[in-house]
Design a protein around this ligand. Structure first.
Ligand code: SAM
Length: 250
């Protein structure tokens, strides 16, 4: 997969993109990352990328020309790839695991990181998607782009080592991940659930499924509304509700 990032702050990507899974993905040639400073595409001698808003108002807006020209250069260099051009913007669709999955199926992603007060509206006509990291305002799109790239690249086949896996992660299954434990078996009187230590894989799997459902029911009940329910899962949920009601009474 090729990813281009249009930014005014290329240095922000230097360490994040070379460490851990993202660094390894590049070493394995799964990820071909290009950080593009769109200031290099300005045409005026002062290399301005922003200007005052027409009609007045606070702050400066990114101008359309440097971003358009950077995109044209990327398109010229890679005419063969179908591109998903993503504008990072608090008013965009909220990023989630499903979106990360759909990004991971693309050949070529281009992220545009805004800054200052925002964009000249015409920049929106150059993109395929407008995406927000969440309901808050960041200083620039860089951190949002890094989060989205991380969540996307770890889903590429072979990006994760054997010791890690994506399919059981929270949200991939539609549920939050079940609780997990490692050694020691008892720590400050907190013991690992017995079932995890008896070696019965069927019972362990049932426990994990139920605890995954319990955690989702307790913390993110909204996710349950989107689930496809099997009969077994419905029975499990009824049991959980009963157990939790009893716990509340005690
Ligand atoms: N005035 C803008 C508004 O109210 O929507 C906010 C501009 S913000 C200070 C500058 C840039 O940071 C945005 O253009 C965008 O690229 C990025 N940004 C800020 N919050 C973001 C979010 N929640 N998700 C994605 N990008 C964000």
């Amino acid at each position: 997969m090729r990813i281009d990032v249009l930014t005014l702050f290329p240095k922000m990507f230097e360490t994040t993109m070379t460490e851990s899974i993202l660094g390894k993905a590049q070493e394995k040639n799964l990820l071909d990352l290009h950080i593009q400073n769109f200031r290099e595409f300005t045409t005026d001698k002062h290399r301005h990328v922003d200007d005052y808003p027409y009609g007045g108002g606070a702050g400066m807006l990114l101008q359309v020309q440097p971003i358009d020209d950077t995109l044209q250069a990327i398109k010229k260099e890679t005419p063969e790839t179908k591109k998903r051009i993503i504008l990072l913007d608090p008013a965009g669709k909220t990023f989630d695991q499903k979106m990360a999955e759909s990004f991971s199926e693309e050949d070529h992603l281009v992220f545009i990181c805004g800054h200052y007060e925002g964009y000249d509206e015409r920049i929106r006509s150059l993109v395929t998607d407008e995406v927000s990291l969440g309901d808050y305002v960041l200083t620039g799109g860089e951190l949002a782009a890094m989060v989205m790239i991380d969540a996307t690249v770890r889903l590429l086949p072979d990006a994760l080592g054997n010791e890690q896996s994506a399919p059981g992660d929270s949200y991939s299954t539609g549920l939050l991940e079940h609780p997990q434990y490692t050694r020691p078996a008892v720590y400050k009187e907190m013991a690992v659930p017995e079932v995890l230590m008896n070696g019965n894989h069927k019972l362990i799997e049932q426990w994990q499924q139920k605890e995954s459902l319990r955690r989702t029911y307790l913390r993110r009940p909204d996710l349950l509304e989107k689930m496809e329910w099997t009969k077994e899962m419905k029975i499990m949920l009824d049991e959980i509700i009963e157990e939790e009601n009893k716990r509340d009474l005690n």
